[in-house]
Design a binder for this molecule. Sequence first.
Ligand code: AVJ
Ligand code: FE
Length: 492
Amino acid sequence: AVPPAVVEGAEGWAEELARGRRRTLAYTDLDDDDLLRQHSPLMSPLVWDLAHVGNYEELWLLRALTGADPLLPGIDDLYDAFRHPRVDRPALPLLPPAEARAYVATVRARVLDALSALAAPSTDDVFEALTQGNPPTGEIEGLDAPAGSGQRHGDRPGASRDPRARLLEGGFVYGMVIQHEHQHDETMLATLALRAGPAVVDEPAAPPRGRPLPAGGEVLVPEGTFTMGTSTDPWAYDNERPAHRVDVPGFWIGRLPVSNREHLAFVEDGGYGDERLWTPAGWAWRCREALSAPLFWRRDGAGGWLRRRFGQDEPLPLDEPVQHVCWYEAAAHARWAGRRLPTEAEWEKTAAFDPATGRSRRFPWGDEPPGPEHANLGHRATRPAPLGAFPAGASPCGAEQLIGDVWEWTSTDLAAYPGFVAFPYREYSEVFFRPPAGRSGPAGWESEFRGYKVLRGGSWATDPRATRATFRNWDHPIRRQIFAGFRLARDA
Ligand code: AVJ
Ligand code: FE
């Protein structure tokens, strides 16, 4: 069975674009100083994210699709994430806040104009209308996948040589731009969590209540092959493709993510001071940074613990999944617990494999998109939900809270799936991959604190349209400002 299209047609895309923009505007509804300031060297000034989101939308939905001329000639370089690392972005001649707001609004208005001019909502009509009078140039900047090479795009009669047809297949390019804004919304929330001073982020609602479950519960996933990745999900990124069979030896995995209570036991047992639990690189990093607990935790001076959340200290909620740990802390905790982190394939099999049908689901609970009963996503709450809050979100093997709450570190280095083809540009995924054995990668990739580890599942801050069982996120193993936790596993 082919999973349903994510969102069909011009109206659906316009609505999805609007949903992301509401969050972008909420997170940038700040005075100029707050937008221009670098709240942490790990993050961009918020005004950079704002204009970058607009620039990406302009590049793909206006210039690549309709052949429009640049709106503000010369700004592409400023908002190219590869030309300027985050630490350097405050010194760039960025658009000032008012101009950045006007720019993203103009881009959006033109995108919606193009969409609303379309009478019928099918992808074919969109293609015809948007490309009318613009013969394919074959020179769309960044669109460098060889024509006809993708597993994604079947031949469209008469259009298979036009790269724009491939971009539009299944609404892919709209999905790419929509998901891009969602991803930056989550990044902006991480910036706002690092910002000093009182919270400037709303707390829309409390997460649902948890339910008591036996501590340390595990589920068994027996040995067998399953389908990892996808060749059919229209919004899936190139790195999720193609679907391929993977044989996974039997393993046990945590029914739930590791809680603050469990991680506090690791802290209080001296785990942060016990070199034997850490990898050599992890220990070096732990010593260099004097790590002694997750980011935002501190002792309250009376034997208890507080955690800071968007500028506010509060008692550490023991039954919430731990967040703001780096991969090295997660791996050390796992070793202390006599466990290990799951591999990426184990995580996906836990989340997606249905032994009754033999197929993989889009989400742990089925193919239907996440509802509030399934998962804590989309900044419906401003925190992870307590353990046991989503029995309806369980996967076939009985694991819960795989989607939402916290991204989960896996033991796996980000690498290409067999048969991977970069689409539509190498810098989304390919440049981050671990090079194949025997081949050297970009300078410095193998240095101890670099290289990318895969994270799965999405956090409370992730939009429901920007995650699924096949979605792959990644970051350096030292990063902990992201909303990341972990789950434990062991061989069966
Ligand atoms: C997939 C989340 C690692 O934020 O760096 C944003 C997503 N790509 N803009 C990132 C992304 C281009 C990416 N991650
Ligand atoms: Fe980006």
